[in-house]
Design a protein around this ligand. Sequence first.
Ligand code: ADA
Length: 552
Amino acid sequence: MIRLFDTHRVRETRELDGMWDFTANGKTYSLPVPGCWEQHPDLLNYRGQGTYTKTVYIKRSGNIRLEFKGVSHTADVYFDGVKIAHHYNAFTPFSAVIPDVCAGGHEIRVDVDNSFGEHSALHIPNDYYTYGGITRPVALEYIGDVYIERVRFTPSLTDGKWSAATEIIIKNISDKARTVTAKTALAGTETERETEVPAASETTVAFTRDFDNVKPWFVGEPNLYELTATLSVGGREVDDMIERVGFRVAEVRDTKIYLNGRPIFMKGFNRHEDYAVDGCAVSLQHMVQDMDLIQAANANAVRTCHYPNDERFLDLCDERGVMVWEENHARGLKLGDMQNPNFERQCEDCIREMIENHYNHPSIVIWGILNECASETDEGRRMYKKQYEQIKAMDKTRPTTSATCRHFTDICLDLPDVVSFNMYSNWYQDCDISMRNDEEIEWIYKSGGAHKPIIVSEVGAAAIYGYRDPSHCKWSEEGQSDILRDNLDVYLNDDRISGVFVWQFADCRVTEEGEWFQSRARCHNNKGVVDEYRRPKIAYDTVKELFGRQNK
Ligand code: ADA
């Protein structure tokens, strides 16, 4: 399943989930897609290249489109031996159109690489694991010469009245101009327009309409609507695209974040896409289990640390009324890492693909960038500024932020709409939590963050599941619970703060290469309130109790 709802009724689409042949180190396996190759006993720590192949049967001649929702971390795709796509980054989708394919059997080959090196500026040895494989779903679609590339839905609220702009991005891959009729249907309102799409080009058809009888999307009130866009040529429907949208506007006014004019407080978890046996190819069942546990802990938000998430999880957030801070792919990159010649382009591609593909999710209320990167440097500031500007050029409807740990040295706090900081009081440094919080906020106000909302983007401590100790020492479940209680008691009751995210929801695997193993017992980041099998630690109930008390 590629999304939690049907995205087409006219366009014929087929998912290529299932068993693919896989070859690595001269040995061939049969591996499931989506999946990580690390799930195979021969490949538990394999880092390098591997090749997936699958023969598909095309039942009628014409154009086909292949969509990969995620390949970790670099893919080179071939169709009958001809290269059709190259993509870097495990966490954003990509597609390829192959024109004039004849009916019959054809081979899809995907060369996958999860190695580290200068070619990979974002996937580096880190405090999470870079798996290998075709880790998210793959779809094969039959399309005509003109088809819908994307649909953008932008709601707005003026004097209590809803309106929305719908843009249909139409592609013509033929060498002749085509006259098409574009239609939309949403919440009982239909629109139609005829337009000509020049040969080998892309055209956008836009409609703006008022919507008087819709219910807004809000936290815990996830009203969703099906937006259908249809394309006809000569009176015959040739393509369609279905989106599931919500009437939700996000804005920052002075020190608060507002949804639909109502102030919100984001209380939630940082969640890596990582599950014991699934690796980063988290199954839908395990996504739903995560969502159930997150909501049972009285959370209302998730931060997709530190990369764009699988759209099925974002669909779940839409359905459940859970707010999302989604961010581009970057964690803890020092200036030297950011000066990798591939860094800026790889970030730009990631941001573009994240926003193009996730723009319509009402649950996403804020875009984040560059977690704990070199925001204390002039060169780093240039890159932060460029990425914020890219986001605003693509989406003016959502606020921006970035989680900093450059305490007292960050020179980028004037750039985002919301200032966020990661703080591990009483884990990495013992201190008076309230005093340290006051110091941090007073510095933020003096360093470009005045009159902005503030989010505590990470707070937490580690515990080894099952390790109990009456001394409540560090690494014990009791110790983790105490540290989270003491910190959340401060952050949940400070009116200057608009949100807090616990680091982290679940334990996750980390890279063994480099120095991470030294401070990461089991080669895991053990700060989850549940372990990698989602077995709750004492801290889970502590967070549940404290989040349950906070009803801002
Ligand atoms: C940082 C980082 C997280 C994680 C955390 C930790 O804040 O953003 O990814 O590494 O520290 O566990 O120390």
